[in-house]
Design a protein around this ligand. Structure first.
Ligand code: FAD
Length: 494
């Protein structure tokens, strides 16, 4: 059989675009089928009344991974969008009106920590030295692996590195070895929440996220995070990738255990290889017959999903003087909120929340004198998200925002749209309405995550936040690369 050339990708999320691009570069014919009317998946934008809203991600971290992506494909990130460091990186609101800003400057950061807890400056230095080692080890040796079996890790240097990565220590305990002040602990635990699990369930390996946060910095692409997907899409077109939008794949066709193609609206489209970027659970349970699925429903039920989110996209017709670009509202206790997400799934009473105000760094995303707000409350997946519930949280968050910032906001709101489980399911077929895939717990890391390659169907691969390496934009790019490299390696000799 000659080398298969027709690759179909299901889904134009970042991982799908990345996989398509990495395969188009060496000459594969790659066509992407996307159910929505444009590319980007969770990294899309919408415009209304002069406001531009990023629909999903707002934290641009690990710029090195994104730079590498463009370099891998023979381009430079700077050809597509400009990137600015944010200083301060973010602002944290604690109870009793206390506000802390995280400066970009290293010396100032140490001074800030020291001012809160004597000795915490030196502790931060030591903590981040360890975190930087983890970042280099993880990025250099682990994160690019397909993780098909544990055998990939059975080398002396990797086993030794595994030990150094503190996989068996929860990050909550690791942080408390260095710091005691609850505010510093909250700041250091916050990035793990982006990985979808509580700090008590997240391995200390992920202190590498603190390195990403505090050393590599928080950045902002002018025009918004949507520039990332827009640019990746533009680059993929330059490489020859083709797309069909409003093209929902209904079935993956299998012939004698091997991919034969896919079906859209009754039309059968042949393909030699399929890379599925859509929600893994959806692809398996809706697009494949039972005998072709790698995982049972019981397996999926036993997985710990990342939280879902209740999001409000709010346009405010005046300048808000007291907000920064990224604002974390830790004015209530996290433990009851975490219990409501992970242990006894229900709507939380007084959740912590996050506000991104991109118009602080970008005049193009709001009308003059106005602000673009993205308000996010992490909540358990699989909840019922009625209009009344959304309204209740909208009122609560605005009450708290107004009280904490001391500014009138509600009466200046000119645009308001909410987004939660219902939309995650409708837009992405997200399993239980998850926002960012599977949580990065120890039992859901590396070769313990759903595999990038089907166990049952030859030439069927998976990419994206439910497989390796995990949730987030940089991991999505790496996931696309892993899937593409596996396709290249496994199908080229057929
Ligand atoms: C609210 C929110 C906040 C986040 N914040 C951050 C952040 O600050 N920083 C960060 O780095 N990351 C963040 N993330 C995570 C990041 O956005 C995701 O991990 C990443 O974008 C996932 O990309 P993906 O390609 O795996 O999946 P997706 O973006 O979900 O792409 C999958 C695509 O497949 C399509 N699809 C599904 N089924 C079918 C079908 N049958 N036929 C055709 N197409 C189909 C979907 O429509 C979708 O476009 C956030 C995510 C959310 C939701």
């Amino acid at each position: 059989m000659s080398r298969p050339k027709a690759v179909a990708v299901i889904g134009a999320g970042l991982a799908g675009i990345a996989a398509a691009s990495y395969l188009a570069k060496p000459g594969y014919q790659v066509h992407v089928f996307e159910k929505n009317n444009g590319p980007g998946g969770r990294v899309r934008q919408f415009q209304s009344q002069g406001f531009t809203f990023d629909m999903g991600p707002s934290w641009y971290w690990m710029p090195d991974i994104l730079e590498q992506y463009f370099r891998d494909l023979g381009r430079s990130r700077g050809d597509y969008y400009s990137l600015e460091p944010l200083d301060p990186a973010y602002r944290v609101y604690f109870s009793r009106g206390e506000v802390l800003e995280l400066p970009r400057d290293w010396g100032q950061l140490l001074t800030t920590f020291e001012s809160i807890e004597p000795g915490a400056g030196a502790a931060l230095d030591a903590y981040l030295e360890d975190a930087s080692r983890k970042y280099r080890l993880a990025m250099g040796k682990f994160v690019q692996k397909p993780s098909l079996t544990a055998r990939e890790y059975l080398r002396f240097d990797l086993l030794k590195a595994f030990w150094e990565l503190n996989l068996l220590t929860p990050i909550s305990r690791h942080i408390r070895r260095f710091f005691h002040d609850p505010r510093l602990i909250q700041i250091l635990e916050f990035p793990t929440l982006l990985l979808g699990a509580t700090p008590t369930k997240t391995p200390a390996l992920y202190s590498l996220m603190n390195y990403a946060d505090m050393v590599l910095g928080t950045w902002y692409p002018q025009g918004g995070i949507g520039k990332v997907s827009e640019s990746m899409y533009a680059l993929s077109l330059e490489l020859g990738v083709t797309y069909s939008f409003d093209a929902e794949v209904d079935q993956i066709n299998v012939d004698r255990g091997c991919v034969a193609g896919l079906t859209i609206n009754g039309e059968r489209i042949p393909a030699d290889v399929i890379i599925a970027n859509g929600d893994y659970h959806h692809i398996e349970t809706h697009l494949l017959d039972t005998q072709h699925r790698s995982y049972t429903e019981a397996y999926w039920e036993s997985r710990i999903l990342s939280p879902s989110s209740l999001i409000f996209y709010v346009g405010v017709g005046k300048s808000l003087l007291s907000l920064g670009h990224h604002n974390l509202f830790f004015d209530t206790e996290f433990d009851p909120h975490a219990t409501a997400i992970y242990d006894e799934p229900r709507w939380p009473e007084e959740p912590q929340f996050y506000v991104s105000c991109t118009s602080k760094s970008d005049v193009a995303v709001a009308p003059p004198g106005a602000e673009t707000l993205f308000i996010l409350i992490p909540v358990a997946p699989d909840l019922e998200d009625s209009k009344e519930t959304r309204k209740r949280y909208y009122e609560q968050v605005l009450d708290r925002l107004e009280r904490i910032t001391g500014e009138a906001i509600r009466e200046y709101v000119v645009f308001n749209r909410s987004y939660a489980h219902t939309e995650f399911k409708r837009d992405y077929h997200a399993y239980k309405g998850n926002a960012y895939g599977l949580a990065s717990t120890l039992r859901q890391t590396a070769f313990l995550r759903p595999k990038v390659k089907s166990r049952r169907v030859r030439n069927l691969y998976y990419t994206g936040q439910l497989t390796v390496p995990g949730p987030g934009m940089p991991p999505a790019l790496i996931s696309g690369k892993i899937a593409a490299e596996l396709v290249e390696k496994e199908v080229k000799d057929e």
